[in-house]
Design a protein around this ligand. Structure first.
Ligand code: DGT
Ligand code: CA
Ligand code: CA
Ligand code: ZN
Length: 577
């Protein structure tokens, strides 16, 4: 479990305490600790190991006890007792945009609302609009949100699911009787949301002890199936994890089978049939000899038996990948080492937690050649956005930092807000002085599709923007993003040499692979950005990479594969570098 998980549990406790009407000092203690953990650079687990949790500023003795419990079980008594006393259904209500603890308390106290069902009923009966601090509009939003959450329920955003899958994988990988362990299913294909987690172990030993150990891992709340071939558990985050133990000789074919997608399998089986072959989770067989497989050890063997090149999991969608493979036209997918820089991040100058140089040093450790520092612009007062005077000084500070780091380039930049009328939230000469400008929509997202299209087009045509940041505005598993005519915008992007971003931050993953493929088809270049707000945040790049790979992007499609110098020439032709 990562720091964000611990922080979110403390935040939940704080919200529950607020709804309960608990002592304000106690509430403040949880808020403070939750914030402190979110900003922590080292993993909390290290402090737990060293028994030094209380050395973290804002973490007292009783919260330290909670944290130790959370590390063992995924939750703690403080939280479960509050949920039992109030209603576990409140956890669903925390996902609703626009309903903070204060409003939830009113709903709880005045209307006895404590879960999605009672909330929906009250909204439908128009009881909510009459409450003080609410209104018709909020009631409508609540109904739409209840709908959205009911639809989304059961699927988990990839970053959270991957984190959990890795912690299970790493725990089991330590065992002597586990020869190999792999995450399969939709996570391996980098789908942006995950139904359940699929783990595969290769072992010649008795599977029983492995399965038993699996059911006893921290974070397991229920055992759904306990068998020798397959065991399924539910975690405290309410995510299902399936574990299968496989004979190492059959690991490749099992891995292939449980990686999916089902659609890819259907097409592959049709192709196999034409060749007189049959594929199952136990291997590729000749129809004439169904007893011994001709391939089963590795996935490569399996594709070779079908006379196909290896098809990477991200491309196994059941679209045209098998045709492309037959024609030897599969794209050469981007790899992490092809990414030479990170083009979106924040520092302490706006709402980040680290300095320019700290971000640069960490990025250099990660193997990058350059970064762009892109703090917020002034309209985002909540994010301490930069006005022209501060940006001018910041550009100088970036140049100075750049002098202090060798074999590495720090590009000066800004994440400039695209304002309601499409103008940019910064003086033109300063935007020209920046090496790299991310143009983003944050404020006033509620407007018609036509107006939003005009707004973004105006920014694209300004000639001042290098790339469009988090281009749909969606929050993963949360709000859906704003609507605009993507095709028109992309055509304008291609014409004006404006790139579009795949934003890897775990809450967004914006664009996804489908959007990126549309952009590429329109001739638009893609940039990858972590949108990091701390050195820790720089490590989310694999999520952006995952979507790029799922979209079939190659090095030539992605500007981060260029040197810093060539990168700047690829965008903003009217700004000379
Ligand atoms: P998810 O969990 O909904 O995000 O998506 P997947 O793809 O992980 O689906 P899941 O967990 O139901 O199954 C994992 C893989 O196992 C799936 O991608 C393909 C394979 N699989 C499971 N059930 C079937 C089946 O009935 N037929 C076929 N052909 N493959 C299956
Ligand atoms: Ca799955
Ligand atoms: Ca599954
Ligand atoms: Zn942004």
């Amino acid at each position: 479990m990562d720091n964000a998980y611990y922080s979110s549990i403390l935040n939940e406790i704080s919200s529950l305490l607020k709804i309960k009407g608990a002592n304000k000092y106690k509430i403040r203690a949880y808020d403070t600790a939750s914030n402190a953990l979110r900003g922590l650079l080292e993993p909390i687990e290290k402090f737990i190991k060293d028994d030094s949790l209380t050395s973290i500023e804002g973490v007292g003795k009783s919260i330290a006890e909670d944290l130790v419990e959370i590390s063992k079980t995924g939750t703690c008594k403080t939280r479960t007792e509050l949920l039992d006393e109030l209603d576990p259904g409140l956890l669903d209500l925390f996902k609703i945009q626009g309903l903070g603890p204060k409003r939830l308390k009113t709903l709880y106290d005045d209307l006895n609302i404590s879960n999605l069902e009672t909330l929906k009923k009250a909204a439908e009966d128009h009881k909510i609009q009459e409450l003080k601090g609410f209104g018709k509009k909020i009631e409508e939003t609540i109904l739409a949100e209840v709908e959205r959450i009911s639809l989304n329920s059961g699927r988990t955003p990839l970053p959270a699911a991957l984190q959990l899958a890795q912690s299970f994988r790493d725990a089991l990988a330590k065992r002597d009787d586990v020869e190999q362990i792999q995450i399969a299913g939709s996570i391996r294909r980098q789908k942006e949301t995950i139904g359940d987690i699929d783990l595969l172990v290769a072992s010649t030993s008795d599977p029983k002890p492995i399965m038993d150990a699996f059911t006893k891992l921290p974070g397991v709340s229920d055992i759904l199936v306990h068998g020798d071939k397959k065991t399924s558990v539910r975690t405290v985050q309410d995510i299902q994890v399936d574990l299968r133990v496989i004979d190492p000789q059959l690991f490749g074919s099992a891995l292939h089978y449980f990686t999916g997608s089902k659609e890819h399998h259907v097409k592959l089986r049709t192709l196999a049939k034409k060749k007189g072959l049959k594929i199952s989770e136990y291997g590729v067989f000749k129809v004439s000899d169904p007893s011994t497989p001709i391939a089963s050890l590795t996935e490569e063997d399996l594709y070779e038996a079908l006379n196909l090149p290896f098809i990477p999991p991200e491309l196994r969608k059941g679209h045209d990948e098998i045709n492309l493979a037959q024609e030897s036209n599969l794209p050469t997918l981007l790899e992490q080492q092809d990414i030479l820089g990170d083009l979106h991040m924040h520092t302490t100058e706006s709402d980040g937690e680290n300095s320019i140089l700290e971000m640069a040093q960490r990025a250099k450790e990660l193997g990058y050649k350059y970064i762009a520092i892109t703090d917020h612009s002034q309209v985002l007062t909540v994010a301490n956005g930069l006005n022209p005077r501060r940006l001018a000084a910041h550009i100088e500070a970036i140049k100075e930092a750049n002098e202090q780091i060798e074999d590495f380039t720090i590009l000066s930049g800004l994440e400039v807000d695209i304002l309601k009328d499409g103008s940019l939230d910064m003086d033109e000469d300063l935007l020209r002085a920046c090496d790299w400008v991310v143009g983003s929509v944050h404020i006033s997202q509620k407007m018609s599709k036509e107006a939003m299209t005009e707004r973004i087009l105006k920014a694209v045509e300004s000639g001042l923007v290098s790339t469009l940041g988090h281009p749909t505005g969606r929050i993963l598993g949360g709000r859906g993003g704003y609507e605009y005519d993507m095709e028109r915008v992309f055509i304008a992007c291609a014409k004006n040499q404006v790139a579009v971003e795949i934003n890897g931050s775990t809450g967004r993953l914006d664009f996804n692979a489908e959007h990126a493929a549309i952009a590429r088809a329109a001739g638009v270049k893609i940039t990858l950005g972590s949108d990091a707000h701390s050195t820790h945040g720089l490590s989310v790049m694999p999520f952006a990479l995952g979507q790029a790979r799922r979209a079939g992007l190659e090095k030539a499609d992605v500007l981060n594969c260029l040197s810093a110098k060539d990168l700047l020439k690829a965008v903003r032709p009217s700004v000379h570098h």
